[in-house]
Structure formats: structure tokens, C-alpha cells
Design a protein around this ligand. Structure first.
Ligand SMILES: NC(=O)N[C@H]1NC(=O)NC1=O
Ligand SMILES: [Zn+2]
Ligand SMILES: [Zn+2]
Length: 501
């Protein structure tokens, strides 16, 4: 018995210590990141900084960028340090997508925070700003914003900010708007036409004027869905209602460019107030998802020349597709304002490259596949909204590179300017002191978006990008220094809600 004890005891001690070591390792494992360290360097021959593309190294410590060195200055500096080398791949500021509908809480079966933010991480998008509608209840008060922040807790894989809603119910109630802004909404969003969601009613220009005067105090923007439905529909629109609802042209004719033009014309009567010395100085008006590159854009250019504080975004789908590509019945492409013809698309690209369109967004607005009515292909009844979030970067790059767009321009449109609009000082650039929000991607690598491709949005079948070949493959995504995606996601959802103060 004694002898047995003497033999067993050391064996038991060894087994126990193995367990202890494993347990401690497990405890110290950082579930937020696929990297085991917090202080390291990222190296690449193509690092995109606001001062240009450099070959060199970026030092990251405790979630922030602490130094950036060029190749020729690098020697010795990173000896003995942890290095993640991306060689020829592009090291780019993480994308800031200021226009997404994640539908959480309340309609998370449409998308939801976990799948939406996982798709973002897989696509190189490190910050999202969620729209106040399609979730339920709509985010139009301090209380409803708090519900959203609570729903995001422990369920987001990238950082997430929130727009509040400007609706008739709160537009004349400055106290309610102030409470919503004080609770952290980065700005407000309103619609000048029916939003498609009953609990988010449209605003008129008086509501918008009131909203701007409150926003001026907070120096935060108002984003507007700028389409106005004429009070009496034109004869062509009435005829079109009897046309084939499966035809894309039928749908296109129901929302002509004149809707966008009429909305912007009205908006510009109040943006005068945002000029220096004006009654709404400090407020800013942002035209969401411009599709019309004609008269609507001309009006915006003129307002900018006069010193109005205005900006405008267009979306990936207006740059990637045109009316000519859309097959009858393919309601995956239904959105508002609609995707117009090829000549319009080319003019949007020109306007971007000339600096008249300031930035890009996805307007990722998914729903349940049943509501896209893919079986009947009825463009008039199907849900309007494009599912694209994971392919923001690759889809824009695939088309941009054919037009001689530089990688620095892409960073301006997708990171720096949207971060600035949303007031996110620590986001949007690879620069010392900023959050280490970074995406490494291979600009020449092509891939097919098909059933074999890991798509993370909840309903891949309704994505407009299914079946496409894209270039610009995302290799790795870092949020505040945490490697959140590299072929797989980090185990834990460690994105943080971003609240304005
Ligand atoms: N409610 C909603 O998401 N609407 C969006 N969908 C779309 O195509 N345009 C929008 O504004
Ligand atoms: Zn909209
Ligand atoms: Zn939208």
C-alpha cells in the first residue's frame, strides 16, 4: 500500500500541474483577439496613411497606433518585437460605414447585431453607425436609444455608433431631441418620403429646420433620405402602375431623379442657416445615398460653393450596378432611390473622383428573404433595400481600379471622411494616437461570391453581390488592435458601442 502511494503521488502531482497550467492558459487567453499579444508591429510595403502610401511598420500598443516608421528608418526598431507581416498586401484604415440597418432589437431575424457586425469584420469594416429605423422600436428617444445600446452589449464584433431618428413626434420637442443627443446619438436621420416602416414617419422641411437648430448646439449632423414624392403623381407614373411589376423599368419609372432633385431643392432652403453667422451655424446636413448624378448633384455643388455646411454620400450599389444589368424579377436590386442607367453611374464615379461626392456607405438594408418576393419578382411590392455590408471594400475596389482610382482616395471615401462626419476623432486613419482599426487586404486577389464563400450576413440569398467575381480580398481585420478576423472570427464579441459626448 505504502509503496503504491509513493509511486502514485508523483504521477498525480504531474497530472494536477498539467491541469493547472491548462486552466491558467485558458484564463489568460484573450478571446477578443486572434493574436495573443497587445504590443506588436504590422509591416507592409503598402501602408495607407493620410500622408501617402509608405513601406514600413506600424506600432500598436494597447489598442492604439503609437508609432509609424518608414522602411528606411525601421532598422533595429522592431528587433525582438512581435511582428505581423503583410508583405505586398495593403494595410488600410478600417472602413467606417455610416449607413447600415442592423434591425436590432426588434427585427433581428432580418439581420441582427451579431451577424451584421461579423459580416463587417469579414469585410474590413471596423466601425458601423446604425440607422434609427427597421429596428423596433425606432430609435427616436433617449429610452429607445438605451434599448439599442443594451441590445448591443456583448453581441457586436466591431465598434458601433447610433444615429437617432428625427420624426414629427420629436421634431418640435427640443427637450426630447436634446435628451436623445445627450444619451449619445452621433446625429439624427430623417426621411422626406415614406420610409417603408410604419413606425418611422416622414418629416417635412419645417421638422428638418427645427432639427437643425437643435443639432447646431451639439455640432452634430442631420442625415436625410432625400426623395420627395410629388403631391400628384405624373401620368407616366400612373401608367407604370399598370405595367408589368416584374419589369425593373416599371419600378425605375416610379422614382424618377426629379424626386431627389425636389428634396434637395427644399433642403437647401434651410441649409443656408448653417453658414457662418447663420442661425443654425454648427449644424451640418448630409444627403444620404445620392443616386442622381444630374441636377440633384448640381444643386449640392452650388450650395457648397455658397458655404452651406452640406455633404453627400453615394453607395456601393450605385457605383457597381446600372439599370442595364438588372434582370426583370431580380428584386435583390430594389432600393430607394433606385439604381439608374450606366451613364448616371459613370457620372457618379466622375463626381467622386472630382471631390463633389464626399464619401461612400453601404445602406445595407436587409430583410427576410420572403419579403424580397424573389419568387414572384414583384418590384413594386418587394422590400426596398440592398444587402451588401461584407462586400463594401471589394465591390468598390473592383470597379475603382478600372478607373484609375488610387488606394488613398478609397481611404478618404471609406474611412477618413465618414469618421469625420460622425465625429469619430479616433477613427478613420492610420495615424499616431488613433485607434488601431486596420484592414489588410490583397488588391489583386480575385474571389467568387458563391455558396462556397463564407458570407456572414444573415440572409446571403438576398445579397446583390451573390454570383459576382470581385477583387480585393480581405485578409485580416483589427479593431482597436484586436485581430477580430483572419479566416475566422475572434471567439468573443468585443466591439464597443460608440456614444457621443
Ligand atoms: N427602411 C429602409 O431601410 N429603407 C432603405 N432601403 C432603401 O433601399 N433605401 C432606404 O432608405
Ligand atoms: Zn434612405
Ligand atoms: Zn438607409
Amino acid at each position: 500500500m505504502n509503496l503504491l502511494q509513493w509511486k502514485l503521488l508523483p504521477l498525480l502531482t504531474v497530472i494536477a500541474s498539467i491541469f493547472v497550467v491548462f486552466y491558467l492558459q485558458h484564463l489568460s487567453e484573450n478571446k477578443c483577439s486572434l493574436l495573443p499579444y497587445k504590443h506588436y508591429w504590422i509591416t507592409s510595403k503598402r501602408i495607407v496613411t493620410p500622408q501617402g502610401v509608405i513601406s514600413g511598420a506600424v506600432e500598436i500598443n494597447e489598442g492604439k497606433i503609437v508609432s509609424i516608421v518608414k522602411e528606411e528608418e525601421r532598422h533595429g526598431k522592431i528587433m525582438g518585437a512581435h511582428v505581423v507581416d503583410y508583405s505586398d498586401a495593403v494595410v488600410f484604415p478600417g472602413l467606417v460605414d455610416i449607413h447600415v440597418h442592423l434591425d436590432d432589437p426588434g427585427r433581428s431575424e432580418w439581420e441582427g447585431f451579431p451577424s451584421g457586425t461579423k459580416a463587417a469584420a469579414a469585410g474590413g469594416v471596423t466601425t458601423l453607425v446604425d440607422m434609427p429605423l427597421n429596428n423596433f422600436p425606432s430609435t427616436v428617444s433617449e429610452e429607445t436609444l438605451k434599448l439599442k445600446i443594451k441590445a448591443a452589449e456583448g453581441r457586436i464584433y466591431v465598434d458601433l455608433g447610433f444615429w437617432g431618428g428625427l420624426v414629427p413626434e420629436n421634431a418640435f420637442n427640443a427637450t426630447a431631441l436634446e435628451r436623445l443627443l445627450s444619451a449619445g446619438a452621433l446625429g439624427l436621420k430623417s426621411f422626406m418620403c415614406p420610409s417603408g416602416i410604419n413606425d418611422f414617419p416622414m418629416t417635412n422641411i419645417t421638422h428638418i429646420k427645427e432639427g437643425l437648430s437643435v443639432l447646431a448646439k451639439y455640432k452634430r449632423p442631420l442625415l436625410v433620405h432625400s426623395e420627395v414624392q410629388p403631391s400628384s403623381p405624373s401620368s407616366t407614373q400612373l401608367e407604370d402602375m399598370q405595367d408589368d411589376p416584374r419589369s425593373y423599368l416599371t419600378y425605375l419609372a416610379t422614382r424618377p431623379p426629379s424626386w431627389e432633385e425636389a428634396a434637395v431643392r427644399e433642403l437647401l432652403t434651410v441649409t443656408k442657416n448653417t453658414r457662418p453667422g447663420g442661425p443654425a451655424e454648427g449644424a451640418h446636413l448630409h444627403v444620404a445615398h445620392l443616386s442622381d448624378s444630374g441636377s440633384t448633384l448640381d444643386l449640392i455643388k452650388e450650395a457648397k460653393r455658397h458655404g452651406d455646411s452640406v455633404s453627400v454620400e453615394t453607395c456601393t450599389h450605385y457605383l457597381a450596378f446600372s439599370e442595364e444589368d438588372i434582370k426583370d424579377g431580380d428584386t435583390r436590386f430594389k432600393c430607394a432611390p433606385p439604381i439608374r442607367d450606366k451613364a448616371n453611374k459613370e457620372k457618379l464615379w466622375e463626381a467622386l473622383m472630382e471631390g463633389h461626392i464626399d464619401m461612400l456607405s453601404s445602406d445595407h438594408s436587409p430583410t427576410l428573404p420572403e419579403l424580397k418576393l424573389l419568387d414572384s419578382g414583384d418590384f413594386l411590392k418587394a422590400w426596398g433595400g440592398i444587402s451588401s455590408l461584407q462586400f463594401d471594400l471589394s465591390a468598390t475596389w473592383s470597379h475603382a481600379k478600372k478607373r484609375g482610382v488610387t488606394i488613398e482616395q478609397l481611404a478618404l471615401w471609406w474611412s477618413e471622411r465618414p469618421a469625420k462626419l460622425a465625429g469619430l476623432d479616433l477613427k478613420g486613419a492610420i495615424a499616431i494616437g488613433k485607434h488601431a482599426d486596420i484592414v489588410a487586404w490583397a488588391p489583386d486577389e480575385e474571389f467568387d461570391v458563391d455558396d462556397k464563400f463564407p458570407i456572414h450576413i444573415k440572409h446571403p440569398s438576398i445579397s446583390a453581390y451573390m454570383g459576382m467575381k470581385l477583387s480585393g480580398k480581405v485578409l485580416a481585420t483589427f479593431v482597436r488592435g484586436q485581430l477580430v478576423y483572419e479566416d475566422k472570427h475572434a471567439p468573443a464579441a468585443c466591439g464597443t458601442p460608440i456614444l457621443a459626448h
